[in-house]
Design a binder for this molecule. Sequence first.
Ligand SMILES: Cc1ncc(COP(=O)(O)O)c(C=O)c1O
Length: 284
Amino acid sequence: MLLLNQHIDHRAPMVVADTDTLSAGAAREVERFLRHRTGHKETPLVSLSGLAREIDVGSIHLKDEGHRLCLGSFKALGGSYAVIRLVLEEAARRLRRSVDGSDLHMPEAKAVAREMTVSCATDGNHGRSVAQGAQLVGAKCVIFVHSGVSDERIAAIARFGAQMIRVNGNYDDSVLEASRVAAEKGWITVSDTSWPGYERIPGFVMQGYTALLSEALRQLSAPPSNVFVQAGVGGVAAAVAGHFSVLFGENRPFFTVVEPSRAACLFESAGPASLSRWIMDNRR
Ligand SMILES: Cc1ncc(COP(=O)(O)O)c(C=O)c1O
């Protein structure tokens, strides 16, 4: 099923805050931070030449994020980067001087981090990255999971020392509960889903993902004509579309978001289903 995006904002210019968040300079900064991380290396861009031949296109490449930062999740870059940024910001505020990624291991920065608690809701991926980032900087971390999250996924987050809280209900219920408890306790919500008035921190999460795009562009011989990306709660997809829009403007690639056909977020963001559905049903 192909659903054309007819949302009222489609093709509208990006707002300045978003172009700043996803700028080329911000992407360079993210890569600079990554260089401070032990064991970090670029992920492979795999050429799917057989598939490209089969469907008669020039080339297809897959950016394989599976091994990023040894996390076993495609969202390794965003959550941990946001946590590191927030700790550095707080350290700079308290120490009254600029604090850089290379200062993270200084006792003063560690002392600031120890007093901070970061928190979020997750289905398993984003929370794993937040927990990894918190462990790296020495901050406390509390991760909320809904009833459907498996014990294996919980263990994959808890191994970074995060406290885990089970919430009855679905993912949306866990997001609400996480932000309610965080507000009550004075924790910092590091969510990859945003809502009106809560956009700055999800912006850091999105900024973190730009590193995979910078790498992919270096690994390719020419910028791509088409980009296919999963959306979920939207952070990865928005980072990809936004950063490439900033870099390439009108010459940006054609973006296709690939989602299960019943994904509510897809229908919400592509416009009212009754107006926007232009469907080519390719299902056999
Ligand atoms: C339907 C749905 N819920 C929740 C999430 C959040 O997943 P996670 O917390 O594992 O990154 C996603 C993925 O972005 C998703 O597609």
